[in-house]
Design a protein around this ligand. Structure first.
Ligand code: NCD
Length: 305
């Protein structure tokens, strides 16, 4: 039995297979509409979510399976003091696979060690978010035709943004990737990402503060919101939240084929006027998240054909 805690749990070949399967599902969804008949996905979400939870549910329903779960800790027995280990032992007899989101780093890993069914980390605190990374990789793969030879700018809250941490971790295994890390001084990537992942693998990267300086060189611009819920005080958040606003003016400096990705939710870091720009693919990205989650569910349940 396999779990998914980090994108590193999948080799580059396995990622490729998943993306190929997602592409087949995207092309012919009807062919996969009953593969999970009789199977149940549990979504155990101890933290707010729109896309991740609903896209998992949509993915399972589109495969013919069914879903159950809870969308906040207060409506589960966590409010009574139950551990994630006990919760997953019980959920293991109610469902065949579980997607879990938790504000504490490592909680889904603890759950996986007690689980009798595959557990997917759907975001653990400021740590990792592997299925967002699958979504990001699949979006790049389908719209750029591959993942090698790219200059990728990551902009915003690189300190607390778990999607950024997982994406960098996954991308260092591809060929000829250059990172431009665009953030205010206080929101730079954690040192374990800079030292143990980027420097240790000899990956070229620069850290800059101004988006205008970086944007002309980019193939991909990955925008992120400032992660309000992970700040220790509101004042710091308020100071940081308007730091980057991607607007038409800045887009005029970008390449004609640059893609803008964003895991969503957007707060104010991308002006709505940019939504009409053909380079803005974040809503398409959210849609592709369903296909790749369908592929992942099939894989973890051993139902790939
Ligand atoms: C991200 C998350 O939860 O980390 N959202 C998502 O899953 N699409 C990004 C965010 O909340 O900013």
């Amino acid at each position: 039995m396999r779990h998914l805690m980090s994108p590193m749990d999948l080799s580059v070949d396995e990622l490729e297979e998943l993306m190929n399967l997602a592409a087949k599902i995207e092309e012919d969804p009807k062919a996969y509409a009953h593969i999970c008949d009789g199977k149940i996905l549990a979504t155990c979400f101890y933290e707010p979510s729109t896309r991740t939870r609903l896209s998992f549910e949509s993915a399972m329903l589109r495969l013919g399976g069914q879903v159950l779960g809870f969308a906040d800790a207060d409506s589960s027995s966590a409010a009574k003091g139950e551990s994630v280990g006990d919760t997953i032992r019980v959920v293991s007899s109610y469902a065949d696979i579980c997607a879990m989101r938790h504000p504490k780093e490592g909680a889904p890993l603890v759950a996986s060690s007690k689980s009798l069914i595959p557990v997917i980390n759907a975001g653990d605190g400021g740590h990792e978010h592997p299925t967002q990374t699958l979504t990001d990789l699949y979006t790049i793969y389908s719209l750029k035709g591959g993942i090698d030879h790219l200059t990728i700018g990551l902009c915003g809250d690189l300190k607390f943004g778990r999607t950024v941490h997982s994406l960098i971790t996954a991308l260092v295994r591809y060929t000829d990737i250059t990172f431009v890390l665009i953030s205010p001084e206080e929101l730079r990537v954690p040192s374990y990402i800079r030292d143990d992942i980027l420097s240790a693998n000899n990956i070229p990267f620069t850290e800059v503060e101004k988006l205008e300086d970086a944007i002309p060189d980019l193939d991909i611009l990955y925008m992120t919101r400032v992660q309000r819920e992970r700040f220790f005080n509101e004042e710091d958040y308020l100071r940081m939240k308007g730091f980057y606003i991607l607007d038409k003016e800045k887009m005029a400096l970008a390449r004609k084929d640059m893609l803008i990705l964003h895991p969503l939710p957007r707060v104010n870091e991308i002006s709505v006027e940019v939504d009409e720009d053909p380079r803005a693919v974040y809503f398409e990205q959210a849609k592709k998240g369903v296909y790749i989650r369908q592929a992942l569910i099939l894989d973890l349940l051993g139902l790939t054909k």
